[in-house]
Ligand binder design. Structure first.
Ligand code: SF4
Length: 185
């Protein structure tokens, strides 16, 4: 898909899992910079970076977590200790989702495989650590999609597929109008 014509449209704000931009905020202190996002997409969008785990007050590095319980309404739990972090992230999410509503996002790219940000096929375990479902969704992503069901969303792994990538970008821009002055960006 040709991206150049997008420069003639009003710029669109895209929510973004911040580790995909190269910020070292993951549980292990690393990042997951995605070159397609940072090197190809970046000139055409205004990224609105978010890290649910750090923004709700967790440290970096931190103990890895996973989802536990009801796959439709799971808890966010530290794997080694069983400490339940669900209320901490829920308390932060209310105001954050209101802020994102004011930001007027046109799309969101989530980090795959994360218990907070994952979009598809996130593993959910029972209290004994046995796999219960491999079709869960990250705790923040689920809340975001419940609040903004019409906003196009994808994850960085799926965006490696040219067809998925094209659909995502078309959906973002389908209701956009030509910019009065696209050179001012
Ligand atoms: S996947 Fe989400 S919660 Fe985890 S480091 Fe990236 S932005 Fe933060």
């Amino acid at each position: 898909m040709e991206l150049e014509p997008l420069m003639e449209l009003e710029p669109v704000k895209i929510g973004m899992s911040i580790c995909l931009l190269g910020e070292p905020v993951r549980y292990d202190g690393g990042d997951k910079r995605d070159r397609f996002i940072t090197d190809i997409l970046e000139p055409y969008f205004i990224f609105v970076p978010v890290c649910p785990e750090v923004e709700c007050g967790m440290t970096t590095p931190r103990e890895p977590m996973h989802l536990v319980g009801d796959p439709e309404n799971p808890r966010l739990v530290v794997i080694t200790t069983g400490e339940d972090k669900t209320e901490i992230i829920h308390a932060w999410m209310g105001d954050k989702l209101s802020d994102l509503e004011k930001a007027g996002l046109g799309g969101y790219i989530f980090k795959s495989r994360s218990p907070s940000c994952g979009l598809y096929r996130i593993k959910v375990y029972d209290r004994k650590g046995h796999l219960k479902s491999n079709n869960g969704r990250g705790i923040f992503t689920r809340a975001f999609m419940d609040r903004f069901p019409g906003i196009p969303v994808e994850d960085e792994e799926r965006l490696r597929d040219p067809g998925i990538r094209e659909n995502f970008i078309k959906n973002i821009f389908k209701n956009r109008v030509p910019s009065k002055d696209h050179t001012s960006r």
